[in-house]
Design a protein around this ligand. Structure first.
Ligand code: AMP
Length: 311
């Protein structure tokens, strides 16, 4: 059985139901990817490496992981911290805004929990995924240890996957993010960036520009996402453009990239070629954006994927 581990933060998501009540769910980039991977590839063992608290919501979060068949063996319980929370508000024009309470979350401490025993189990994985959000969330003092863990994983033959997923507000400065991303790109075997991230951080506006930026790094596989535009892949010297079908009924683009990442990596793990994996990942992402919130309803998602497979 192939195994993938996603390191990062899952948060409590709050969204207004009406004037007085809120709908509560769970979301976070690595969690979203793990969910969609597992929904498509039940045979790929999928774990989240994170830290939660000892409160009721943390228990509920871990139960959610289990309901999505995500392996909780690397979900550590911090004695005094609690999960991060964010609130989605939608104004009268339909514009969404996000407020976060995550600066002191349990997940920021995750690296502290990776001891020799946990590392020994991690070394057996086939893939390890982390994002720019994972990197930003890890506390500064824990970064050195994080890079050492990554080094050991690489030496053991675990394939390292990175998506920059740049969120300016999580970083002290753009230069700090750039310095960390440089390290991440040089450690990664596979990178899954989006053009949007590069626009904001590096002023690079095209998939071709992203490919050029990544040239100095020794990536085995580079997949560049660009909203409804073609996905570009670069691997073993071959640059290919993969058309995707633009979705007209876009409801909420939250987690499009996360769904793409999870399904792409699941497909690659079971041995599918890059082109087929991109097509499947694009169908998954195109399905997710037709539903509100980060996590589309399970049955609707599975039905859409089976319908696409039949075509
Ligand atoms: P993004 O993070 O916006 O670059 O989007 C990630 C992936 O989601 C893209 O590579 C597409 O596969 C898919 N996607 C995003 N927006 C659309 C859209 N309007 N129509 C179809 N697919 C989309």
């Amino acid at each position: 059985m192939k195994t993938i581990c996603f390191l990062g933060e899952c948060m409590v998501e709050l969204r207004a139901n009406d004037e007085d009540t809120m709908h509560q769910s769970f979301a976070g980039d690595v969690y979203n990817s793990a969910v969609y991977l597992k929904r498509c590839f039940g045979d790929v063992s999928t774990a989240i490496i994170t830290a939660v608290g000892q409160d009721g919501l943390s228990d509920k979060m871990v139960n959610r992981f289990k309901c999505e068949n995500i392996d909780p063996q690397f979900v550590f319980k911090h004695p005094s911290k609690a999960p991060g929370i964010y609130l989605i508000e939608t104004d009268e024009k339909g514009e969404r805004s996000f407020t976060y309470w995550r600066s002191d979350s349990a997940a920021r401490k995750v690296v502290e929990f990776i001891d020799d025993k946990a590392l020994e189990r991690l070394l057996k994985a086939d893939m390890f995924f982390f994002s720019g959000i994972s990197l930003a969330v890890i506390e500064d003092i824990a970064r050195e240890k994080f890079w050492q863990v990554l080094e050991k994983l690489k030496l053991a033959g675990v394939r390292v996957v990175f998506d920059p997923n740049y969120r300016a507000r999580l970083w002290n400065s753009a230069s700090e993010a750039k310095e960390q991303f440089d390290k991440a790109f040089s450690m990664a075997n596979i990178a899954l960036p989006g053009v949007e991230d590069f626009k904001e951080l590096y002023g690079i506006n095209s998939a071709q520009g992203v490919v050029e930026f990544c040239q100095p790094f020794q990536l085995e596989e580079l997949i560049v996402k660009n909203g409804p535009e073609s996905v570009i892949s670069y691997s073993q010297g071959a640059l290919l453009s993969h058309d995707i079908v633009p979705v007209t009924n876009v409801v909420d683009t939250t987690s499009a990239g996360d769904a793409f990442n999870g399904v792409y990596l699941g497909s690659r793990l079971i041995g599918q070629p890059i082109s087929e994996s991109i097509q499947l990942a694009a169908i998954a992402a195109g399905t997710v954006i037709q539903h509100p919130g980060a996590i589309a309803p399970k049955q609707a998602f599975i039905d859409a994927m089976s319908a696409a497979n039949r075509q």
